[in-house]
Design a protein around this ligand. Structure first.
Ligand code: FES
Ligand SMILES: [Fe+2]
Length: 379
């Protein structure tokens, strides 16, 4: 698992008056709103006696620990220690890590790492249809949800970028009589990559069949990856102008489980009565992927790029593997084995304030694999 990128922590709509507990990268966090309604995210472990802050309350725009009532503001600084009285000075070490937060597409995105603002990647901007919807457009209709994979995030993201599996895994996407993938041109995009492909259509079933199946041309699919999330946009031009988009962001819950946040958009059947059918179709796709990806060996993508056999239809996933190597070479990969051997210790993902001032913190940072020369990483 990698630090120094943005992850989706929760739905904006689920953060109201109470603190919300979230597990990402094997660590616990609390998300809450201040008095102005702005969302914030702190490390969940109270530095007094280890209380879980998400089990406390939001008081005056701060999070109050359920154990002895210490309160922490949106910067993670303790602002009240009730047992010392209101006039007591608060020790400088009485602080927890606070992480940058942005809300976009109805999700709360949290930057888990210690980079200063100028060095952080942006959020993806590849979903203008959703932005238009938020501004009142009714051209597209959206449904949203989650799916939990019992698989490592690297395998799950790679599956989202895999061009050759739909023919064997997805009844509604891949025509098993035409499994051949034409040569792929993967283009670099800022913090990610993009490709298109065209394939033979599949007979649609259910209510979509009446609009989409007859006299159908080949289906053009656009696939885009962004390191923040990490997120994937897939747009299928089912029968122009009818089109379906699925945007997913993949949050590692821990080393072996991945939470997929997804939004599906469609520019046909835009009445509410078709939402349940759309949701069912997306969840079927995730379930079909899960049935394969949850059983892959080894659990993580191989350490070496030559640890399995890559062919040209794997090009998009291969670009993703190279991105992981780049992050690892910078020393941004959590050393999960060392952490597991030391699991009596509570730690925190280092936040930007810790990056600027590494001293005077109670919890030690998570253990990271050492940085390596970038050239060695590309092996
Ligand atoms: S453990 Fe949080 S206030 Fe004591
Ligand atoms: Fe799939």
């Amino acid at each position: 698992m990698l630090i120094n990128t943005w992850y989706v922590a929760t739905e904006s709509a689920s953060v109201a008056d109470a603190p919300v507990g979230v597990t990402m990268l094997g660590q616990d966090f609390v998300v809450f709103r201040d008095k102005a309604g702005t969302a914030h995210c702190l490390s969940d472990t109270c530095i007094h006696r280890g209380g879980s802050l998400c089990r406390g309350k939001v008081v005056e725009g701060t999070v109050q620990c359920p154990y002895h009532g210490w309160r922490f503001n949106n910067a993670g600084a303790c602002v009240e220690i009730p047992s010392l009285g209101s006039e007591a000075s608060i020790p400088k070490r009485a602080r927890v890590d606070s992480y940058p937060v942005q809300e976009k597409w109805g999700w709360v995105w949290v930057f888990l790492g210690d980079l200063q603002e100028k060095d952080r990647p942006p959020l993806p901007d590849f979903f203008p249809e959703y932005a238009a919807f938020e501004n009142g457009s009714t051209d597209w209709r959206f449904v949203r949800g989650t799916y939990v994979f019992d698989a490592a995030w690297t395998r799950v993201v790679e599956n989202g970028l895999d061009t050759a599996h739909p023919f064997f895994v997805h009844r509604d996407f891949g025509n098993p009589d035409h499994p051949r993938v034409d040569p792929i041109d993967v283009q670099d995009r800022p913090f990610g990559s993009y490709m298109t492909r065209t394939q033979k259509p599949v007979e649609k079933r259910g209510v979509w069949a009446e609009k989409i199946t007859k006299d159908r041309p080949d289906v053009k699919t656009e696939l885009q990856f962004h390191a923040s999330g990490p997120s994937v946009r897939i747009q299928m031009h089912l029968r122009p102008p009818m089109s379906q988009i699925i945007v997913s962001a993949y949050t590692p819950i821990n080393d072996k489980q991945t939470l997929s946040w997804w939004i599906q958009g469609r520019n046909f059947f835009t009445e509410e009565k078709y939402d349940a059918d759309s949701r069912r179709r997306v969840l079927t796709v995730f379930q079909e992927d899960g049935d394969v990806v949850n059983h892959i060996k080894p659990v993580h993508v191989p350490q070496s790029l030559s640890g399995d056999l890559t062919i040209y239809p794997d090009a998009m996933g291969f670009a993703f593997r190279k991105m992981i190597k780049d992050y690892e070479a910078r020393g941004w990969r959590i050393d999960t084995k060392a952490m597991a051997a030391d699991d009596d210790v509570a730690r925190a993902i280092p936040s930007p304030a810790r990056g600027a001032d590494p001293k005077n913190w109670v919890l030690d940072p998570v253990l990271l694999r050492p940085a390596r020369a970038l050239s060695a990483a590309a092996e």
